[in-house]
Design a protein around this ligand. Structure first.
Ligand code: ZN
Length: 137
C-alpha cells in the first residue's frame, strides 16, 4: 500500500471509536477499519470493533479468530482492510516501540486515539514512520 494523502472518517465513526475507547479504558481498545485501498485517500466505510485479549493499558492483541472474522466480513462487504485502530488510554497518540515494530510488519494505516487529549492521529510505515492527516467529514 502506498502512503495515502489522508484517512477520512465520518463524524459517527469518530464518535463510535471514542465511545469504544472510553468503555475499554483503562485498557486499550482496538478495531479494524474497512475501506477501499485503491483510493488515494483512504475513506473508512465500516468499523469492526475487536476485543483486546491482552486487557492491557499499554498493549493490544486481536485474536486470530477475530482477525479471520474481520477479513471475512470485509470480503462480504467487498471492502479492504484499510487500517488498524487502537487507543492510548494513558498516553499521547504516538506509536509506542511495540506499535512501531508491528507497523513495520503490517504497513497499512494505524490510527491511534488518545483518551488523555481526545486526539486521533494516523501513521503508516513506509521506510520509516510517516504521519497521515486524519480528516472528519
Ligand atoms: Zn499503541
Amino acid at each position: 500500500m502506498t502512503t495515502p494523502k489522508a484517512i477520512i472518517f465520518s463524524k459517527n465513526q469518530i464518535e463510535t471509536l471514542k465511545k469504544y475507547s472510553e468503555q475499554n479504558s483503562p485498557n486499550e481498545a482496538c478495531a479494524i477499519l474497512f475501506g477501499n485501498n485503491t483510493d488515494e485517500q483512504v475513506i473508512i466505510k465500516e468499523i469492526f470493533l475487536a476485543k483486546n485479549i491482552d486487557e492491557s493499558p499499554v498493549n493490544f492483541t486481536i485474536s486470530n479468530e477475530e482477525l479471520i472474522a474481520a477479513y471475512g466480513s470485509a470480503e462480504k462487504m467487498k471492502l479492504d482492510v484499510s487500517g488498524i485502530f487502537h487507543s492510548h488510554p494513558v498516553s499521547v497518540p504516538h506509536p509506542s516501540s511495540t506499535d512501531k515494530k508491528y507497523m513495520e510488519i503490517n504497513p497499512i494505516p494505524w490510527v491511534i486515539f488518545s483518551n488523555i487529549n481526545d486526539e486521533f492521529k494516523a501513521y503508516i510505515y513506509n521506510s520509516g514512520i510517516i504521519q497521515i492527516p486524519v480528516k472528519v467529514l
